[in-house]
Design a protein around this ligand. Structure first.
Ligand code: MLT
Length: 404
C-alpha cells in the first residue's frame, strides 16, 4: 500500500480562511435576507486600474498573432518585468538588487509556502505570533514543526515570538536560536510595522547567528510613514541573510490575476551553497512561469500612469482603514494598525474570545471579520478587519458596529 505524507494529518482543522468561508456560507444560507459585509479575508474589491487593463488587452492581441505570440515564459520571468521591478522597487530605495536576483511567480502565497522546500527539515523556524498561517502550515506539511499541542495551540519545534499590545506588536529577538525567521512588514494580521533601525537589528542578528530571514513585504505599498523601510535590502548586510517576498495582489489588485516575485541575492549562501542557485533549480523544475499577459500587466504597474492610478487605489483602501480605525475608537474599542497597513487589529470587548466575537459580529451586525486566534495563540482576544471593502460597505459596517 502506498504511504501518504503523514505530516498533513497533523494539521489542525482547515485553512483559516476556508473555515471562515464555510461559517459565513452557512449563516448566509440560513439567513438569506441579511446583507452581509465582508471585511474578513484581505481580498481587494476595486477593479484593475486602466493602465493595467490596457496592457492586458495589448498583450492578449499579441498572443493572437504569429509574430508576437509567446509560449513558455523564461524561468525567472521576462526581462522587461524584472527590470521594471528593479527600477521601481529597489533602485528608487537605494537597495542594491539586480534583475537576475528576481524570480517572478504567480504570487506571494505560493512563494511563502514553497520557499521552505530548499531548507533542511531539521531547521528550526521562528514566527511572530500572531502570524499569516501559511508560514507555519507549510512547515507542518514539510515535517519541520514537531508535535501540535491542542491546549496551547502551538507546535513543539516552532519558536513563537509574541506580538501583543504589551510590546507594541513588535517581536523581541528570540532566546532560542532559530535557523529560519519569518517576518512580515507591514504586518498581516496586526497592521503594525517596523522602523528601519529595528529591522537592522534583525538583519544583524541573522547574520550573527547564521539564520535566514524570510521577509514578506506584500503590503509595502501601504507604508505612509517616513522611517519605515520599504524593503529589507535598505538594511546593511541584508544581502547575506534575507529573502524577500513581494506580491502584486495588494498594491495593484492582482488577487485574481496572480503575480508576485521572490528576491534572493547572490551572496546569500549556506557555506558554499548558493540559495539563489537552489531556488533557480527549483523554479526551473517545478514552475513554468507566470503568463506573458500577466507579466505585461505587472510591467504596467510601474508605468507612470499605472503608478499614479495605483496610488489612488491604495489611498482608497487606506481611507477605509482610517474609517475603520476611527469608527472603532469612537465606538469604544481599542484599535491598532491601519496607518501603514490595510488591516485594523482590535481588542475584542468584554473578554470575548476571538471566535465568540466573530459569531457576535456576524449574527448581530452581519459583518465578517477574522478572529485573531486563527493567526496564533497570541491573537486570542483580538480581531482583524480589512480596509479592502468598498467605501460604502465600510462606512455602513462602522455604523452597524456603533449601533451594537
Ligand atoms: C489575508 O486575509 O490574510 C490575506 O488575504 C491572505 C493572503 O493574501 O493570502
Amino acid at each position: 500500500m502506498f504511504k501518504i505524507n503523514e505530516n498533513y494529518l497533523k494539521l489542525p482543522g482547515s485553512y483559516l480562511f476556508s473555515t471562515i468561508g464555510k461559517k459565513v456560507a452557512a449563516y448566509s444560507s440560513a439567513n438569506p435576507d441579511k446583507s452581509i459585509i465582508r471585511l474578513g479575508i484581505g481580498d481587494v474589491t476595486q477593479p484593475l486600474a486602466p493602465a493595467i487593463i490596457e496592457a492586458l488587452h495589448k498583450a492578449v492581441d499579441e498572443m493572437g498573432k504569429k509574430e508576437t505570440f509567446h509560449g513558455y515564459a523564461p524561468d525567472l520571468g521576462y526581462e522587461f518585468l524584472r527590470n521594471a521591478i528593479v527600477k521601481g522597487d529597489y533602485e528608487s530605495r537605494g537597495a542594491d538588487i539586480k534583475a537576475d536576483e528576481i524570480f517572478v511567480s504567480d504570487g506571494a502565497k505560493c512563494d511563502s509556502s514553497n520557499i521552505q522546500e530548499i531548507f533542511g527539515s531539521d531547521n528550526k523556524i521562528a514566527v511572530c505570533d500572531p502570524v499569516y498561517p501559511v508560514y507555519v502550515d507549510s512547515n507542518v506539511m514539510a515535517g519541520r514543526t514537531g508535535e501540535y499541542n491542542k491546549e496551547t495551540e502551538t507546535w513543539s519545534k516552532v519558536i513563537y515570538m509574541p506580538c501583543t499590545k504589551e510590546n507594541n506588536f513588535t517581536p523581541e529577538l528570540p532566546k532560542e536560536t532559530p535557523d529560519m525567521i519569518y517576518l512580515c512588514y507591514p504586518n498581516n494580521p496586526t497592521g503594525s510595522t517596523i522602523t528601519k533601525d529595528e529591522l537592522q537589528k534583525w538583519v544583524d542578528y541573522a547574520n550573527k547567528v547564521g539564520a535566514v530571514i524570510i521577509y514578506d513585504a506584500a503590503y509595502e505599498a501601504y507604508i505612509s510613514e517616513d522611517n519605515v523601510p520599504h524593503t529589507i535590502y535598505e538594511c546593511e548586510g541584508a544581502r547575506t541573510c534575507a529573502i524577500e517576498l513581494r506580491s502584486f495582489s495588494k498594491n495593484a489588485g492582482f488577487t485574481g490575476v496572480r503575480l508576485g516575485f521572490t528576491v534572493i541575492p547572490k551572496e546569500l549562501k549556506c557555506g558554499e551553497v548558493s540559495l539563489h542557485a537552489m531556488w533557480a533549480r527549483r523554479h526551473g523544475t517545478k514552475y513554468n512561469g507566470a503568463p506573458y499577459i500577466v507579466q505585461r500587466a505587472g510591467e504596467a504597474v510601474y508605468s507612470e500612469a499605472g503608478e499614479q492610478q495605483l496610488k489612488e487605489q491604495v489611498a482608497y483602501y487606506m481611507n477605509n482603514a482610517k474609517t475603520i480605525r476611527e469608527g472603532l475608537i469612537s465606538a469604544g474599542y481599542e484599535a491598532f494598525g491601519g496607518i501603514n497597513a490595510p488591516y485594523v487589529w482590535l481588542k475584542t470587548p468584554d473578554k470575548m474570545t476571538s471566535w465568540e466575537f466573530f459569531d457576535y459580529l456576524l449574527e448581530q451586525a452581519n459583518i465578517v471579520g477574522t478572529p485573531g486566534s486563527g493567526f496564533g495563540p497570541s491573537g486570542e482576544g483580538y480581531f482583524r478587519l480589512t480596509g479592502f471593502g468598498s467605501h460604502e460597505a465600510t462606512v455602513e459596517a462602522m455604523e452597524r458596529i456603533k449601533r451594537l
